[in-house]
Design a protein around this ligand. Structure first.
Ligand SMILES: [Mn+2]
Length: 255
């Protein structure tokens, strides 16, 4: 049995003018990944802004949600790890689509190996503004207020605008270094937080065989000193990065 990992499709982003094509491509990927017996791990920011209001879900995803439902009904286990852009699910993705929801990073045993899976936001984060924002977004009272008092139409307009601004800021940081060896170029950069975090984490949890994450939108594939393989996935809106684990090897691919 094969295991497929994907993150950062950012479906619905206002920065794309071909969202329907992007969603269709993601559905094609799901079909490919489930063609034979498999387990799927969606590692966050699959949606550019996912927020379930009391009586509304984000529009435009019917085909994808129905495909996910169909796959889980056919018996494929599909995990959904919340990213910083799609952490606001209050039951729909589980109840309707049958997804196994992980609000935070989790250890999962796969084929007898110990995986730590997470989206990756906030791990090792040192920037004060980001930490404060993360805390507001994860706060249950703020979430309740937004969910019950905000008019969904305005809520989605706000969410997609926040998300697009966030993306532009991120891209201006990473694009300048796109063609260099990522890790060497970023060891002193804020984006190296996740790698530094993983090194620390594996010394505290030396039995970890693999760490797979997203969030950086750039591939990092390295062996840590404990022997653990760290794989940070490339995004899935331009390079269409994903990864496969076949019980022996874990490797990145592009779709
Ligand atoms: Mn992210």
């Amino acid at each position: 049995m094969k295991h497929y990992f994907v993150a950062d499709a950012h479906l619905g982003s206002r920065l794309f003018d071909d969202n329907d094509a992007k969603i269709a491509h993601f559905i094609e990927w799901l079909s490919m990944a489930t063609a034979e017996e498999s387990e799927i791990y969606l590692l966050g920011d699959i949606f550019d802004f996912w927020f379930e209001f009391a009586h509304a879900i984000p529009p435009g995803f019917d085909l994808l949600l129905n495909t996910l439902r169909q796959k889980t009904e056919q018996g494929t286990r599909i995990h959904f790890f919340c990213g910083n852009h799609d952490q606001w699910t209050y039951g729909h993705l589980h109840n309707y689509c049958g997804l196994i929801i992980h609000k935070k990073g989790d250890f999962i045993d796969i084929e007898g190996k110990r995986f730590y899976l997470a989206h990756g936001h906030g791990l090792g984060e040192k920037r004060r503004s980001t930490l404060i924002l993360n805390r507001i977004f994860e706060n249950s009272i703020t979430q309740w207020l937004f969910r019950h008092l905000m008019i969904p139409h305005l809520g989605y307009a706000f969410g997609y605008r926040w998300s697009a601004r966030n993306r532009k800021k991120h891209d201006s940081i990473t694009n300048t270094n796109r063609h260099h060896n990522y890790y060497e170029a970023h060891t002193s950069d804020s984006n190296a937080f996740q790698v530094e975090w993983a090194k620390q984490f594996t010394t505290q949890h030396p039995d970890t065989d693999y760490i797979v994450m997203g969030h950086l939108h750039q591939e990092i594939n390295m062996r840590l000193s404990t022997g653990c393989q760290l794989l940070i996935l490339d995004e899935f809106y331009q390079n269409y990065g994903y990864a496969i684990y076949d019980g022996t090897y874990l490797w990145p691919e592009n779709f």
